[in-house]
Design a protein around this ligand. Sequence first.
Ligand code: ZN
Length: 350
Amino acid sequence: MNAPFIMPVAALTALYPTSTSHAGRPRAPYQCLDNSKIKKLVIVFRNYPSDPANADEYWRTIKHTIQDLPTSLRSLIVLATSTDASGKLKPGKLCTHHNGLRADLIYSIWAWVKHELDSGIGIFLYPILVKAGLPMLQEWKVRQLEPVQRMWRRDFDALEQTPEGRQPIISDKWSYQENQCPACMLARIGSDTQVLSALYAGMVGRYSSKKVGKKDKSRSNRVNFIRYLLKQSDSGEKLVDESWDLGKEMKRVREGWREHQRDSVRVNFYGRKSRSSISSSSQPRDSCILINTSELFDLNDNVKSFADPQDSSFVACSANTGCTESGIGVDISDLAGTGKPLRRSRLVNL
Ligand SMILES: [Zn+2]
């Protein structure tokens, strides 16, 4: 019996150079975009009208913008209608305003944008907001992502999206998108600088430094797509710079918090891990990770609103330790009893 013929992977890669990644997995359409195509595509996702009176003019402009795109970004077949009898969008289709775009490309972009807004960035942000703490203004900036899910979730509950001890962000900007067209939702997001700034900062903070690369030369098409969306807004360059810095700051804060978490794990005689107990009152309070916030906000007024009130390991250093620097202190004084060297006030600059 003859052995089946198997074409070598190298040959397949040569035949389909843009269809698979280095790992052999099929590449999503957005991964095949170069920067010049991304710059052209993001023009479709700006200036979404908040006032319905401007809608007709807006859609006329969008139609021409789509017609001017390179053919690789456009659909070869434009259907007269992409909805069923009930007015619902057919699977994999775009609304009649956007159906000149390549649907598979738009859906591939929407998949990761939605993932970031559903939980990707939220999981990254939670310990930063609730455990480590951010200055009030920065926290407010990144929390702008909370209400966006309302666009695709009919059961959206603002309270569910709100970290402990905070007030929910109530916004009527993100009403449910009736047609659920991903291009329409991308256009609404792409026209909102607050959400774009938070999204960009969250991705820069969450992704590995290797993936994010440099501010003006990212290796990630996802990061580049959001950066170009933000860049085309008013004061776009400035917003990109500020959001990049915020993302990097959040990465540093989270790494400082994780380092503290690792240091606080003790291994007992049987090799079992346990968290060290919360500091006792007999221990000096001058051993802490200090997140220096002195230039950004007044400690006495704000520190309680950032630290988790249920977690007594978070203390206002100046109030309890006599520290002269302003900050949110994470008490690690109990490490003194573990045989580990006692570290005093490791400083995490914001
Ligand atoms: Zn649409």
